[in-house]
Design a protein around this ligand. Structure first.
Ligand SMILES: Nc1nc2c(c(=O)[nH]1)N[C@H]1C(S)=C(S)[C@@H](COP(=O)(O)O)O[C@H]1N2
Ligand SMILES: [Mo]
Length: 335
């Protein structure tokens, strides 16, 4: 790729700078941007890896947030190598835009995300419709560096920006009847080719839910950004859930509805194949998917010569923090 083109602020090759350098500080970030732009002008940009520029059909802004404390024993932070930004925005699951791993990066730019509101209903003192722009001002943005383990046995390490779901729940004041929280993704037929598809097995909208204690857990996060920037549409812009001890399908993208419920709500993958995908979906190396083992995972990106296979940990390595939520439960039954 030797095209000379105008660089957007966030249009930085992941391998031109260390992952940490992408977002470590605003200053460093800007400097890297200038360096990237200069490299491109000189016509010597390094070769592309995972995808080419076609996956950056929209630009995203950077965000202000407080960085996670980089110390051991802090569950909000893992020292494992970050997945390069480029890979995290070009290898995705977002069936609203197609079932292929590169479909979201190719087609999600069609999603209009501004303005964006979330309708909050159910067991609440008052129903309310929230504007994302207001939410971002109301709750101070923090960083979390979490492992993301897909049920398909691949994983990434992603630096999210957002706020705890618990902060929003406390603000919304659910009634004592609220035992579960459920989420729905936007359905925008004209913008989502997967939703239009005749072959789709999902009964749209995509939906997910958590038990109230899971939703209130400090690890449970609402992300509005990653790598220091707003989310790209393929990652669930403008707001998505991140539940790091559960399989990735629980981390629902592009949320437009939050409902508080008395009873356990339906969830998309459980509706499609209840024997394969449970409501809890806690990462568990000892409970195989009916069609494959969950004992190991491919930490992306791998290469032709190294698939980077590592052991999967119970609760995706967050057992110290979350195992107590499930005491007395048979995790083979409640998978
Ligand atoms: N609305 C919606 N949310 C979704 C999905 C989806 O298809 N639609 N896929 C899930 C799955 S299976 C995974 S692994 C993660 C992937 O998140 P990422 O693409 O940001 O890595 O999103 C989850 N959230
Ligand atoms: Mo997934």
């Amino acid at each position: 790729m030797f095209l000379i083109k105008t660089k957007k602020r966030t249009d930085i090759r992941s391998h031109e700078i260390t992952p940490e350098g992408v977002y470590a500080s605003r200053r460093q970030f800007m400097m890297a941007g200038i360096a990237a732009a200069t490299t491109a002008m000189l016509g010597c940009a390094p070769e592309e890896s995972a995808a080419d520029d076609d996956d950056l059909k929209v630009s995203v802004d950077s965000l202000s947030y407080s960085p996670v404390r980089r110390e051991t024993g802090n569950a909000f932070y893992t020292e494992e190598a970050l997945t390069p930004y480029r890979d995290a925005i070009s290898y995705n699951n977002f069936y609203e835009f197609g079932t292929g791993k590169t479909d979201p990066a190719e087609y999600a730019h069609k999603l209009t995300t501004k303005p964006w509101t979330i309708e909050c209903t159910g067991e609440l003192e008052n129903d309310v419709t929230l504007d994302i722009a207001d939410l971002i001002k109301r709750f101070p943005l923090e960083e979390r560096i979490y492992r993301l383990r897909c049920v398909e046995a691949w994983s990434m390490v992603i630096p999210w920006v957002g706020f705890p779901l618990a902060s929003l729940i406390k603000y919304l004041q659910p009634t004592s009847n609220a035992k579960y929280v459920s989420f729905k993704t936007a359905v925008k037929k004209s913008e989502m080719r997967g939703v239009r598809s005749f072959y789709s097995t999902i009964d749209w909208p995509y939906r997910e839910a958590l038990r109230m204690d899971e939703a209130l857990h400090p690890l449970t996060f609402l992300a509005v950004g990653m790598y220091g920037n707003e989310l790209y549409p393929q990652n669930g812009a403008p707001i998505r859930l991140v539940v790091p001890w559960k399989y990735g399908f629980k981390s629902i993208k592009s949320i437009v509805k939050i409902q508080f419920n008395r009873l356990q709500p339906d969830t998309s993958w459980n509706m499609i194949a209840p024997d394969e995908y449970g409501f809890y979906a806690n990462v568990n190396p000892e409970v195989s998917h009916p069609r494959w083992s969950q004992a190991k995972e491919r930490r992306l990106p791998g290469s032709l010569f190294n698939v980077n296979r590592i052991d999967t940990l119970p609760f995706n390595g967050y057992g110290d923090e979350v195992a107590s939520l499930y005491t007395g439960m048979d995790l083979r039954k409640y998978y």
